[in-house]
Design a protein around this ligand. Sequence first.
Ligand code: ADP
Ligand code: MG
Length: 717
Amino acid sequence: MVTEKNIAPNAGPANAQPIEVGTPLQFIPGIGPQRVELFQKLGVRRATDLLFLFPRNYQDIAPYQSITELEPGFRASVIGQIVDMDQRVSFEGRSSFGILLAINGGGYVRCVWYNQPFRRQQFLHGMRVVATGIAKSTGISFEMRHPETTILAADQPLPEAKPIPIYPLTEGLQQRHVANAVAAVLNHLVDSIEEALPESIRLAANQVNSASKACPLLGIAQALRVIHQPDTVEQANEARHRFIFQELFVYQLALAMRRHRLQHDKPAPQIVANPMIHARILKRFGFELTRDQLKAIEDVRADMAQEVPMNRLIQGDVGSGKTVIAQYAMLNAVASKQQAALMAPTELLARQHFTRLRKQLAGSEVMIELLVGSITQRERTELLQRIAIGTVDLVVGTQALLSEQVQFESLGLVVIDEQHKFGVRQRANLRESRVVPHYLVLSATPIPRTIAMTIFGDLDVSVLRDKPPGRATVHTYLGSTAQQDKWWDFVVKQVQSGRQAYVVSPRVESDPEAEIVGAEQVYRQLTEGPLSGLRVDLLHGRMDGNDKQAKLDAFTSGQTQVLVATTVVEVGIDVPNATVMTILDADRMGLAQLHQLRGRISRGSFPGYVCVFAKPGVAPEENARLSVLASTDDGFRLAEQDLQMRGPGDLLGTKQIGLPPLRIADLVRDSEVLVHARGIAQSIVERDPNLELPEHTKLKRQVTMRHGSVVDLGDVG
Ligand code: ADP
Ligand code: MG
């Protein structure tokens, strides 16, 4: 806890060696032998890492004031000693925690926090605290709500009225330990840090439009000094801006370099859809295409006609009709005597695509086959041969399609459906080939534009925003346990009127300890209880492929009325007559996943009904998430709200979607910087695709160090 004595800043061990880049951590004042491990937890392995341990924020200390100088409504800093603490819970369940400071020179200020019970752990009686915030008069004294605070050690001098950096911490480590360690190395090391950004780029970074005169971003040494020890918050922000730009810029460079290579390494076959072919393909769809579909098809058509390989993403909410674009592209390839491959994330989905395509191609000469894990070895061997000699035109399968053994005679197009991870895309095994295929990626992960730009920096994007006409709306309800019986009555009525229903439960088996009821048990309970008399079936991921298919077929044909399933039905399943969905333990699922699930019941012209149940007593923020789900049916808007709720700082589960971790930039907050950085990165790569010019040497080192795998096309093969 915070009671120990302060370590005077810069007080190294006697005979301290001068601090150098390679100075072991334990010799650095503020770290010492006791805290090496704690600092390592924060990613600090070498002395220089300390320089890049950036403050999360700053306490913006205002001029210190005595009680008599405080003016209600104005920002001020006070220094005082904790003489009392209180913790209350209001009638509505709102908690508050307060500390009472006896201010130097007389008088009291109470600092109070609402709904932040963890504050309790930070303070002890007698501590000296600097509090900065807006003073409110309570009549007899003053109060500060949610002030920024710094705890001073007993003998620590009063900080100057400068912003105090607030570092990320780990348990056992305190702000001043980090500040002292940084202070100990800062001046010794800043000048040895390489400047990766040439002046011209630092200037361009601040040149928002060509008319404006800008000063360049801070140079590296100055930026490092200022970010740790700013005189003002504006200054600190200027330094942060440099590093935010650098971080986004370096990643955009990596993406731009990769894109350039993909486009220039090897050519793709030119696949030209002349007006006759074009019209013939369109005629095969039994419906009129939406404006966005037509637009996306034109994009694809133009891309495929080029020798530069297509790298296009079709982004559209669930049900927006992305498959149409894929079908167009595939038929276009086949019409030019090229093979096409379609990869789906699950075998179930692959089979569904296969069935749909075969139906659509009935009566044509196109040879289409399915390559999945559950076919026999003999079938497989035979199929591989036919793919290799080119008698198969279209192959539908899972990821295994791009494995070593599958050799194509002339693969002109690869379509990847429902791609959820974007960092590194799998590429076909075509090393010896003279040409590479065109790539088309379909994704229903609704991602705000700027984020898409980061993730797909190397892809062109077509967006399907409008939905096919005639879609009825989906009503989303938040169910409570008390209403569950009523809801089941409703499900029964819907099914009796001819519709079908899903019941989704996240797990297969129950886990009594975690209060999870698995799909198997749900199935038993429902068939014996509220849904007895209906034709109910159970489907989950652990079943054998053929089994799953048979069950899905029975549901598709209407033979099964209610399908109890795990989230295997999350993606792609297309049964327009299914209009009712019950989601159990919804608090265990992410918003995007819930939205995907809901997409299963908005595929026909009947209105859809989804009811999500959470465990009783789920945390309010989880309820808030579910309320957002209920409030909008627009996947893009949902994603934006989701992001806002998580707030900056949560890196959007960057790993989950395949982004490199960001240290200082925030994709939402810094979206303008991102767009700007991207533009500069692209123009540099146009001039110098491999960053070989001398002025780019250091930049290249940065790119390789941080994103080597991206640039290297580590994904080939
Ligand atoms: P997703 O974008 O979720 O992959 P699909 O491509 O599976 O969506 O399309 C959803 C459903 O809408 C399918 O049944 C498909 O046949 C149908 N569909 C697609 N485009 C249109 C359209 N323009 N008009 C009518 N129905 C369409
Ligand atoms: Mg789909």
